[in-house]
Design a protein around this ligand. Structure first.
Ligand SMILES: Cc1cc2nc3c(=O)[nH]c(=O)nc-3n(C[C@H](O)[C@H](O)[C@H](O)COP(=O)(O)O)c2cc1C
Length: 120
């Protein structure tokens, strides 16, 4: 378990790379030294919490949150609050999009498993 770690920020205009991959994300900027890697997270938006898979890119200083069960819409300008719950893995470099996509699918499965056991 992580010590509670929360990142808050305004959703930036994305480059839509995640959408192109099939996994749209809401991206916020990171200010200082932050964690890196892929995490299970709970993301608060307009007072509601959503299960999410989060990619923290320490190099680009960006946090990308993929909402598991959320209609894809433009969240640009909205404030989100991302609570990291557990680390899944480190960031990896992939040869091609197909391998990356398969890996993200596994991340999402890990998030589902986690919440299956914690939601009532
Ligand atoms: C849960 C999740 C995990 C991700 N993990 C990685 C990863 O390990 N490596 C990676 O290059 N991109 C990962 N991405 C994809 C990035 O969001 C981004 O689309 C990708 O880095 C493409 O960047 P590029 O255009 O610089 O190649 C992940 C995305 C999500 C939503």
């Amino acid at each position: 378990m992580l010590a509670t770690m929360v990142y808050r920020g305004i959703v930036q205009k994305g480059e839509r790379r995640g959408t192109a991959l099939g996994f749209p994300t809401a991206n916020i900027l990171l200010e200082d030294d932050s964690l890196s890697g892929i995490y299970i997270a709970s993301t608060k938006l307009r007072g509601d919490k959503y299960d999410s898979a989060v990619f923290i890119d320490n190099y680009r200083k960006i946090l990308e949150a993929h909402f598991l069960d959320f209609p894809p819409e433009d969240l640009y300008g909205e404030e989100i609050e991302v609570e990291l719950l557990e680390k899944i893995r480190e960031h990896e470099s992939f040869e091609d999009d197909e391998t990356l996509r398969a890996c993200i699918k596994e991340d999402i499965q890990a998030v589902r498993e986690y919440f299956k056991n914690t939601h009532v």
